[in-house]
Design a protein around this ligand. Structure first.
Ligand code: CS2
Ligand code: MN
Length: 355
């Protein structure tokens, strides 16, 4: 297992690389260049990032995310240009030491929450929270306005301004699109990109829909074991893998996260892991909790054991954390609670190694 940390770059992330390096057992980053979906990433800029990360004593073998342009998901003729850019970016990243690219294929929205700082009554910390009832009252435009307002001035991954500017138009474009249509567009993308990944040694890792069910009537195709079996079948290759996010898949209690890890781990189809815990509060109603098993509803020991048994060499990062100790950070991506999460996951790992 390689323990890693998500980082947004020195301009956008208040957490210095030196702090990340000081978290015990931290080997590298899941990092990115801040480029709009569809862009061809400039090599010089990326080389500079790699250099900066290496100088801090960390690796940059995983990129999260290279976002897929909406026109690719919509299957518009303009997708050709964006797919060409994607391929060029894959080649460039491979040349510069990258092994895994995390992405998702969710229409319009990446992850979605109804509150970015819900107080956890037991201890006064706060975390990301979702209640479908609140969503019903809000509607897509309102939720976007609220999320932007609550983000404390930070840009949020998946909520990039250029994407949101076109929200109304984009929502209209998806009207009438079925899950089969979306899957066909996904196949078109994978058929073009995966052969290049095979050639260059990159693994594409698809992140689950979050929360793990359809929202606002938009088609969603990556929120269960069966969904991922179909995604793998779209273009069967060792380069077509899952970014298994326990908190996203696990937002739906019907998903057996441990079984999912074992299933795809045994197939060697886990490119990366996001490990975090959730607390169920009712139907389509949950909040994110501390990583510790007893703080939420997922069994972190069994999760780490499944990784240990089936994909021990994979990249792991603590996904979102709570906001604690008065930290003023990017919602979900503060330093303190993610560092605690990494330390705890490393502890479980050491116990697994020695038992
Ligand atoms: C994140 C996602 O919220 C999360 O779980 O891991 O925003 C993730 O980075 C993207 O969906 C990957 O493209
Ligand atoms: Mn995740």
């Amino acid at each position: 297992m390689k323990m890693t940390f998500r980082w947004y770059g020195s301009k956008a992330d208040p957490i210095p690389l030196s702090y990340i390096r000081q978290i015990p057992g931290m080997t590298g980053l899941m990092g990115l260049l801040d480029k709009p979906a569809g862009a061809d990433w400039p090599e010089e800029e990326f080389k500079a990032l790699v250099k900066e990360v290496h100088l801090a004593g960390l690796e940059l073998e995983v990129i999260e995310s290279v976002n897929v342009h909406e026109d690719i998901k919509l299957g518009l003729p303009s997708r050709e240009e964006y797919i060409a850019n994607y391929i060029s970016t894959v080649r460039m990243l491979a040349r510069n030491g990258v092994k895994v690219i995390i992405y998702n294929f969710m229409p319009v929205f990446d992850w979605l929450r109804t509150d970015l700082a819900r107080i956890i009554p037991e201890d006064g910390s706060n975390s990301l929270y979702f209640d479908e009832k609140d969503l019903g009252e809000m509607g897509p435009l309102e939720i976007v306005r609220r999320t932007a307002e609550d983000s404390r001035g930070f840009t949020l991954p998946g909520w990039e301004p250029e994407r949101l500017a076109l929200l109304e138009t984009t929502l209209k474009q998806y009207e009438g699109m079925t899950t089969d249509d979306l899957r066909a567009n996904f196949k078109y993308f994978l058929d073009a990109v995966i052969p290049v990944c095979e050639e260059t040694g990159i693994r594409m890792a698809c992140h689950p829909d979050d929360p793990a069910w359809p929202i606002f009537g938009l088609p969603r195709i990556a929120h269960s074991i069966e969904d991922y079996d179909r995604i793998i079948a779209l273009h069967d290759s060792p380069a077509n893998t899952v970014c298994l996010c326990t908190g996203s898949l696990g937002s739906n209690p019907d998903n057996d996260v441990v079984r999912a890890i074992r299933h795809f781990g045994e197939m060697d189809r886990i490119g990366a892991m996001h490990v975090r815990n959730v607390k169920y509060l009712g139907h389509h109603h949950f909040r994110e909790s501390a990583h510790l098993s007893s703080s939420g509803d997922l069994d972190m020991y069994e999760i780490m054991r499944a990784i240990h048994d089936t994909c021990p060499d994979t990249y792991v990062r603590p996904d979102h954390g709570r906001m604690i100790w008065d930290e003023k950070g990017r919602p979900g991506y503060g330093l303190y609670d993610r560092a605690l999460g990494a330390a705890y996951l490393n502890g479980l790992w050491e116990a697994l190694e020695k038992s």
